[in-house]
Write a protein that binds this ligand. Structure first.
Ligand code: HEC
Length: 154
């Protein structure tokens, strides 16, 4: 009985070097221009576009001034929270990632009963811009909304 040979051609030195070179390139690209000291300070442009989106999509419930008294608020079982106090409610911290995920809503598991706030990740991704995916569109808009919300914390 002949046993099948176990020997395989081993990874050649050249391909290892190729991989190392690619990693080096990736580092260089990733390093260039990626967030300086200003990273957690959203740009004015982002805040402005977030404000536009806020007035269009959110003011009906949360109010134009974001204090939670929009015209639709009364029809809801859960009163829309005051969005100028997101940080105040959390001991002065504004957890941007958590807030973005909440607005998006697609990844939320409803542990606290049905949510009254719409699942924005689905809605905002619908109108697709040329050359981008629904997800990218939704994320971009949510980033802008979060930047706006950060700018109005009291
Ligand atoms: C239909 C009414 C409605 C609209 C429109 C709406 N929300 Fe809400 N929002 C709520 C309600 C109600 C809650 C409380 C949680 C729940 O029951 O879903 C809430 C909660 C939130 C919270 C959580 C606040 C906290 O401190 O945890 C954020 C952030 C938020 N909304 C942002 C937005 C943004 C941004 C938009 C626009 C894209 C928006 N909301 C549009 C009703 C609304």
């Amino acid at each position: 009985m002949t046993r099948p040979s176990l020997s395989r051609p081993s990874a050649s030195a050249t391909s290892l070097w190729g991989a190392a070179a690619l990693t080096a390139i990736a580092f260089t690209l990733g390093g260039a221009g990626a967030g300086g000291p200003e990273q957690d300070k959203p740009s004015t442009v982002l805040v402005e576009s977030g404000r536009d989106a806020y007035l269009r999509y959110c003011a009906s419930c949360h109010g134009v001034d974001a204090h939670g008294k929009g015209p639709v608020a009364e029809t809801l079982r859960t009163p829309p929270p005051d969005l100028t106090r997101i940080a105040k409610r959390r001991g002065g911290k504004f957890p941007a990632g958590e807030i973005a995920a909440f607005i998006d809503g697609r990844a939320m598991v409803s542990a606290h009963g049905p949510r009254e706030m719409p699942v924005w990740g689905r809605i905002l991704g619908e109108k697709i811009a040329e050359g981008t995916t629904e997800d990218e569109v939704a994320r971009g808009r949510i980033d802008a909304l979060v930047a706006y919300l950060m700018s109005i914390q009291e």
